[in-house]
Design a protein around this ligand. Structure first.
Ligand code: GAL
Length: 944
């Protein structure tokens, strides 16, 4: 079995790799990332023919085990399908249309697009004979959505939610020592949220091997208590399962390793193995002296190694990372971490990024969390669903607190199962400090039904994890219903009720602002232009019942009883393009745009959320044509006083109010606008906006956080003038070329951009129609097309008497090429209908390709726009047994239109390119060019 794990992983996971390889040496457990080399095609929501005949069989997969039909069958020929690597989001690849979903950013996929709502994924894997006897499973991080999984034609199950991780046991179905086929059918025809959710296998997939006696999925639960002597008593609970016949005792060894990987404590216990297919829970206590606590600044992570020893051999080794820390909500004093008060400076976010949609490579999770931390944020609300697991890893490792939220409120299996899965998957993450069991459930928020449901969900959550409180985000009044029973009151917007009054009534209920803001701003825009759908970036009250970021923060910062607030949102996302609508396709709420480029609000937050001196002057100073007109000049800063200068002339010094900003009205004259910040009367900072000259050169830079060891890099694209100054108004279209890597996607943060996110080859599969035959008289096949009598054609294979076949047959069919041009690559993927075969297209003999004897790449000079004719002359296949079902499908024509060059306009000075390395062994070279500008090329190095 080829292990793809080490190739695809980034530095943050090097630790994990070492664990995995260590695990491979020490136990039967292996976790193999199988993201690479999948085949993909869109199917169809209700036209089964366009869904490759799936579920059409007389006996289909629900009738008989192993009867997966169409692509679900292992026999299905997917050679003409597109090859891709996971994670993948097919929605982001599509174009935009006004008729598409507002919530999903007007991408022409999913709801309303039956031909783009079903995605089929197929992958072949070899599983060694040596694995016989192990328990082998497929682990999916998550698929959007309603996925069905098949293995070697066997139906394994359906997972409705697009946000759960799930696992299927494939042990009994494996072809050991040979090829096996994994098939996933994802159905994204329904939306779960009202925001962009992507489509397809947008999280990782693993093949897992374990001993029959093993720790179950998410099988550990680690809690700790810190006593007065500054020691932590760690309780490590493990659930093991026995899928084998072993009866007798086993040893369970629990070891804690500290941040540096050093063993700090170890306990072991002999227990009786659970019975066949039963599970059992064991709990151990381990003492950690002077623990290095997990917190925002020092996110110290411990590791629990759980080993199962059977007959002297370690049969399973399971690793869990965890943190030792205390959390507390207090109705008077808000939140505290490790006994110290900590105001929550949070953002809400959806998982969606420029260019790549929901299919975030792990590096992008780190990129985004780091951007939020740079802004001074210390908390993240996963709105409104459980996140991709790697996001939580990033929060654990970088020090970001998390509210983890389930998707839908309710008390039946669907809702409670999803809640349980979320808590069991995530409860060892020290970053998570609160579970959210709902958001703005308008139908029940204020009613007794909401109250009852919350009571059940809250109690249920506690039964799985007693260490964290539960919240719900409430928006329609803060008095009755859910608000009266929820453990931590989640206020969604000051404008939706009287927070102080609620607090007076419910004195023992801690609270926090689970949503605040929902302000509108477009990066780099300083005059609202409704015609163009651009909102100025000055922080402002967006709607009568919503408040500005500054108003929101002043409210929360000055009320110690409130634990903090979560801004709606950290980043813009596709969908909800309020206050406009088509052709705007992304939201305007973000403190940063969809790429992570900061809007000016970021600097307000840096000033009052961060702990470093900040001075930020806005707007830019390129206002040609506005000479003499007044411009609003704002300063975000935490200095005591700020003085503003235009072309060296002072425009006055102003005192900064706490949590405020400063404003001047300045008559525009080109030149230099400068702000000087003072603390205790001393100049400590300055910020400058200079009128730039004409654009001259493109500048590419690699995000500073990226290391050569990263598989994916984020590149910033900008334009500079002859002095090297960034041009904040540049909107040039830049064309990119890459060697040694792949451009995963491009973006620029323009909410109205309908440009492509991705540049991928377009593949169309065309059937051969009117398939007819004539009998041949000899088994010698012609090497030139001969003429056949028009009268002798009959429908191919109709009433074929397999006992009395002719020595050869000639078949004829047609295929349509729409808007054919020589730039398209046309191939015929032949499916055997004969022993010896000769193929002619439009009268020309074609030869099979070297790589695949059943593939014919058709030369452009033999093809034409419209109808093309194919002849297949072949000696017939013979039935061995009477009941053999013979193939009568000649195969499929694949038409590839190669992707055009990747390009993107800058939006107010910036664009972003996301690059993936082909391999770590060689560098990636990215070049950018545009008309009238100097090109730029940069090299992203391979592994150091
Ligand atoms: C809230 C909701 C969010 C988002 C936001 C936009 O009501 O919880 O998901 O829709 O409004 O303002």
């Amino acid at each position: 079995m080829k292990t793809t794990f080490s190739k695809e992983i980034l530095p943050y996971f090097i630790f994990l790799i070492s664990i995995c390889s260590f695990a491979q040496n020490k136990s039967d457990r292996e976790l193999i990332l199988i993201d690479k080399d999948w085949r993909f095609s869109l199917g169809h929501l209700y036209d089964t023919q366009k869904d490759f005949g799936h579920a059409e069989g007389y006996f289909s997969y629900l009738a008989k085990t192993g009867f997966g039909d169409g692509p679900a069958s292992s026999q299905f020929d997917d050679r003409a399908w597109r090859k891709l690597d996971l994670p993948h989001d097919w929605a982001v690849e599509q174009s935009f249309s006004e008729s598409a979903s507002y919530s999903h950013g007007f991408k022409t996929a999913g709801k309303g697009f039956p031909e783009k709502s079903i995605g089929w994924y197929r992958k072949k894997i070899i599983i060694s004979k040596d694995d016989l006897g192990k328990i082998i499973s497929l682990k999916f991080g998550g698929v959007f959505r309603n996925s069905k999984v098949f293995f070697n034609g066997h139906f394994l199950g359906t997972e409705e939610s697009g946000y759960n991780g799930f696992e299927y046991d494939i042990t009994s179905y494996i072809n050991y020592g040979g090829e096996n086929t994994i098939v996933v059918r994802a159905d994204a025809s329904m939306e779960e949220g009202w925001f962009y959710e992507g489509a397809g296998i947008y999280r990782h997939v693993y093949l897992q091997k374990t001993n029959p006696l093993h720790v179950i999925e998410n099988g550990t639960y680690i809690t700790s208590e810190i006593n007065n002597n500054n020691n932590a008593e760690v309780t490590a609970e493990v659930t093991i399962e026995n899928k084998g016949n072993y009866k007798g005792s086993v040893e369970i060894i629990q070891t804690i390793q500290d941040v540096s990987g050093k063993q700090v404590v170890n306990v072991s216990e002999n227990v009786l193995a659970p019975d066949f297919y039963k599970t059992a829970k064991y709990s151990s206590k381990l003492k950690v002296n002077n623990p290095q606590l997990w917190d925002i600044e020092s996110p110290n992570l411990y590791h629990l190694i759980t080993e199962i020893k059977q007959g002297g051999k370690i049969v399973d080794r399971y690793e869990t990372s965890f943190g030792i820390r205390t959390i507390k909500f207090d109705p008077e004093n808000g939140f505290s971490l490790n006994g110290k008060p900590l105001k929550l400076k949070g953002t809400n976010n959806h998982q969606d990024h420029a260019g790549i949609g929901t299919a975030l490579p792990d590096e992008l999770q780190y990129y985004r969390i780091k951007k939020l931390k740079e802004m001074g944020s210390n908390a993240y609300r996963c709105s409104h669903h459980p996140p991709t697991p790697e996001l939580l890893d990033a929060c654990d490792k970088l020090g970001m607190l998390v509210i983890d939220e389930t998707r839908l409120m309710g008390i039946n299996d669907y809702h409670l199962k999803n809640l349980k899965r979320m808590i069991e998957r995530d409860r060892n993450h020290p970053s998570i400090f609160c579970w959210s069991v709902g958001n703005e459930e308008w139908n029940i928020e204020g009613s007794v039904i909401g109250e009852r449901i919350t009571n059940v969900m809250q109690g249920f959550a506690k039964s799985i994890d007693s260490t964290r409180p539960v919240t719900v985000g409430i928006s329609s009044g803060f008095k009755s219903g859910i608000s009266s029973v929820v453990e931590i009151m989640g206020y969604n917007y000051m404008g939706n009720g009287d927070i102080d009054a609620h607090r007076k009534e419910f004195k023992n209920q801690p609270g926090m602002g689970t949503e605040e803001g929902s302000t509108f701003a477009t990066r780099g825009v300083y005059f609202t232009d409704d015609a163009k759908h651009y909102q100025s970036a000055y922080d402002k009250k967006p709607r009568p019942s919503f408040y500005s970021i500054e108003e929101g923060w002043k409210f929360y910062a000055t009320r110690p009883y409130l634990a903090g607030m979560f801004i709606w949102t950290g980043f813009d996302y596709r969908g909800e393009p309020t206050p406009y609508g088509w052709p705007s396709v992304t939201s305007y709420f973000g403190m940063m745009d969809v790429c992570g480029f900061p809007k000016d609000n970021v600097f307000y937050l840096k000033s009052w959320w961060g702990d470093k001196p900040v001075l930020h002057l806005m707007p830019h100073w390129n206002w040609q044509g506005m000479e003499g007109k007044e411009i609003d000049v704002w300063v975000y800063s935490n200095c005591d006083e700020v003085e503003l200068f235009l072309n060296k002339k002072s425009l006055g010094k102003k005192k900064m109010e706490q949590y405020g900003h400063l404003e001047w009205k300045v008559k525009y004259a080109p030149g230099t606008l400068e702000a000087i910040g003072y603390k205790n009367g001393k100049k400590i900072l300055s910020d400058v906006q200079k009128t730039t000259e004409n654009p001259e050169a493109i500048k590419l830079s690699i995000d500073k956080e990226n290391s050569p060891n990263a598989n994916v890099s984020v590149i910033t694209v900008e334009v500079t003038d002859k002095k090297g100054l960034h041009i904040p108004t540049a909107n040039d279209e830049i064309t990119f070329a890459v060697k040694g890597g792949k451009i995963l996607g491009v973006g620029n943060g323009d909410p109205t951009s309908l440009e492509k996110d991705q540049f991928i080859d377009d593949i169309v599969l065309t059937a051969i129609t009117n398939f007819e035959e004539q009998k041949g008289t000899t088994a010698d096949l012609p090497q030139q097309l001969i003429s056949y009598s028009e009268n002798d054609w009959t429908t191919a294979f109709k009433d074929r008497d397999y006992k009395k076949q002719a020595p050869s047959y000639v078949y004829r069919g047609q295929f349509e090429l729409k808007e054919y041009s020589a730039t398209k690559i046309v191939s015929f993927f032949y499916k055997k209908i004969g022993v010896e075969t000769v193929v002619f297209v439009n009268g020309n003999k074609v030869s099979a390709s070297a790589e695949d004897p059943q593939k014919y790449v058709l030369n452009s000079n033999m093809l034409k726009d419209g109808k093309n004719t194919i002849y297949i002359v072949a000696t017939p296949l013979q039935k061995i047994k009477d009941w053999d079902v013979m193939n009568t499908d000649p195969g499929i024509i694949q038409v590839i239109t190669p992707a055009e060059s990747c390009k993107r306009k800058l939006f107010n000075g910036y664009a972003q390119v996301i690059i993936q390395k082909e391999s770590f062994d060689k560098p990636v070279i990215l070049s950018a060019s545009a008309k009238g500008l100097k090109s730029h090329t940069i090299t992203i190095l391979g592994k150091e």
